[in-house]
Design a binder for this molecule. Structure first.
Ligand code: VAH
Length: 316
């Protein structure tokens, strides 16, 4: 049984459905701070309201369902965290320590994502190594570095089988991301179909690692099913599929919509966050230790994203 927090979020909304396909609907317990009775996550299996800062309720729910694995996704993303730093600390760190404590008490395997946001301006920017300097300058980055260290601590001190990946920007057509610095790379596809043009809040020439959601979901499942004795690193593995700037994703879209145009109205907060992150990271440890692989590059992702969004009726 798998217990997932943040189940209605950008990753959760798809991970719940995929894990229910693989492990059985009743074996995947979805939780989130709000309820959406029309959501397929709510309708297809067990769902509970849970604010991850409520340690008592989290413990009661894990006692009730007795999962063997906890996937902790509930968090505030980078731009939101920068606008509400103390709230971000309380949710991102308070929620994580509650989830780790419950995993320890109930002997659960544990996954939570880190991010390329765990690196800072003094980190090597090209082909960023698995093991390197991590002095992020954002609250989100502080949360992610502290989270990586806390997950390693629970592994070394209490033997909790904690595992994580440093996700790049994730691009998906199911649930929108909220408050992320890489959200532009999702919004651009919607606008390409709706209005045929996009005003990017990230500047031309700003490179960030990205990954299509199907590859992200597979990386979580592959890591959680990997042989524990083969893992040298744990929290958290660099993973990436591609790195591009707004101009490159725009020109890929133009191959499908020749009249598409991009212009710029840079958001200084998001731009500063983006510039503090790597341009490209090195996923070789994930490849060596648990066979990380991806199916989608920018051309394949763009073809699939535009087709799936059209099927959803976007732009009609
Ligand atoms: C964000 N999408 O923008 C998240 C992610 C690497 C980016 O952490 O905050």
């Amino acid at each position: 049984k798998i217990f997932i927090t943040g189940a209605l979020g950008q990753i959760g909304a798809e991970l719940v459905m995929k894990m229910r396909e693989i492990y059985g609907n009743s074996n995947v317990i979805a939780t989130d701070i709000k309820i959406d009775k029309n959501h397929n996550v709510f309708q297809s299996g067990p769902f509970e309201i849970l604010d991850v800062t409520d340690a008592k309720l989290m413990n009661e729910l894990v006692t009730k369902y007795k999962p063997d694995t906890i996937i902790h996704l509930a968090a505030l993303l980078s731009a939101t965290a920068e606008s509400k730093p103390l709230l971000a600390w309380n949710i991102n760190m308070g929620g994580l320590v509650n989830a780790l404590e419950v995993a320890k008490e109930h002997n659960c395997k544990f996954f939570t994502p880190s991010s390329i946001g765990a690196f800072g301006p003094s980190t090597p920017k090209e082909n960023t190594p698995q093991d390197t300097l991590q002095r992020p300058t954002t609250m989100y980055g502080v949360n992610k570095v502290a989270g990586e260290l806390l997950c390693d601590y629970y592994y070394h001190k209490y033997g909790v089988d904690t595992r994580g990946v440093r996700f790049p920007g994730l691009i998906s057509y199911v649930a929108l991301p909220g408050g992320g610095t890489t959200d532009y790379a999702v919004d651009i596809y919607y606008e390409a179909l709706k209005s045929g043009k996009y005003t990017s809040n990230i500047a031309k020439g700003t490179y960030m690692d990205m990954m299509y959601m199907p590859d992200a979901l597979n990386s979580i499942i592959d890591l959680m099913e990997a042989d524990s004795s083969k893992l040298i690193h744990r929290n958290a593995f660099n993973v990436t599929s591609m790195s591009f700037d707004p101009e490159e994703i725009a020109s890929e879209i133009k191959k499908h919509i020749p009249t598409f145009t991009i212009d710029y109205d840079v958001d200084p907060v998001k731009q500063a966050i983006a510039e503090s992150w790597p341009n490209s990271i090195d996923p070789s440890s994930a490849i060596e230790e648990w066979g990380f692989k991806v199916k989608y590059d920018l051309p394949k992702m763009t073809t699939d994203m535009l087709q799936k969004l059209k099927e959803k009726g976007i732009g009609r």
